[in-house]
Design a protein around this ligand. Structure first.
Ligand code: AP5
Length: 218
């Protein structure tokens, strides 16, 4: 499959990042994670990072204008020409409307919007157990995906791991609230356009991947 343009939606900790990385590898389309972009900006201490840090640490949503400007610039880069997976964007109705305008101004259309649905009760455990390799960004979980050799990254052999500042129980509650209040209204928005596919994300990672591949085809 080439030239696919997807949105992967779902609650915090629902598995968007995990699945987007697998799809990126299988289909050769690039993962565009607004969360990763913002964390990189925070780490680099840029103006965007300074603006976003406090909002992210509180589990709230960064301003639509800032996010739309960031995505608009990123989508113009050459690696997006073969298709992309939007992971964590859009997250509000104004962001979805801005994306529509942006894509139609470039003469491109979305192929699918896929919601990976997971009940709230499962998300706290997923989020509080998450850690990543500091060197290559490979994702792990205390219970669901441990490195084969304890303390050593399977992907790159790195031995430093990090946990996100917003991966704690208090922040998860506000992230879930933001999801239900501001992002869930996007499902009817995309359903009406005939683009929405809802998958059960409350299953082992490989089962979710198989479902995604079934929806996306070869
Ligand atoms: P962002 O980075 O997008 O965070 P999020 O939406 O809260 O999603 P996560 O990255 O936490 O979860 P995920 O679905 O990718 O799950 P993962 O695959 O890692 O955003 C962070 C912040 O940035 C926001 O709060 C906001 O402030 C800001 N922001 C970002 N985009 C924005 C936007 N568009 N507008 C405004 N603000 C924005 O999986 C989680 C864990 O579970 C992992 O450890 C994984 O190993 C494990 N796991 C995955 N799948 C399974 C499975 N099937 N079974 C068991 N375990 C699993």
């Amino acid at each position: 499959m080439s030239g696919k343009r997807l949105i992967l939606m779902g609650p915090p900790g629902g598995g968007k990042g995990t699945q987007a990385k697998r799809l990126q590898e299988k289909y050769g389309i690039v993962q565009l994670s607004t969360g990763d972009m913002l964390r990189a900006a925070v780490k680099a201490g840029t103006a965007v990072g300074k603006q976003a840090k406090e909002v992210m640490d509180a589990g709230k949503l960064v301003s639509d204008d800032l996010i739309v400007a960031m995505i608009s610039e990123r989508i113009d880069e050459p690696d997006c020409a073969n298709g992309f997976i939007l992971d964590g964007f859009p997250r509000t109705v104004p962001q979805a409307e801005a994306l529509d305008k942006l894509l139609s101004s470039k003469g491109i259309a979305l192929d699918k919007v896929i919601e990976v649905a997971v009940p709230d009760a499962k998300l706290i455990e997923r989020i509080t157990g998450r850690f990543t390799c500091a060197k290559c960004g490979e994702g792990y979980h205390d219970k669901f995906k441990q490195p084969q050799k304890a303390g050593v990254c399977d992907a790159c052999g790195g031995t430093d791991f990090t946990r996100r500042a917003d991966d704690n129980e208090e922040t998860v509650t506000s992230r879930l609230k933001a999801y239900h209040d501001q992002t869930a209204p996007l499902m009817p928005f995309y359903k009406e356009k005939g683009l929405l596919e809802v998958l059960d994300g409350d299953r082992p990672m490989d089962a979710v991947t198989a479902d995604l591949e079934r929806v996306l085809g070869s």
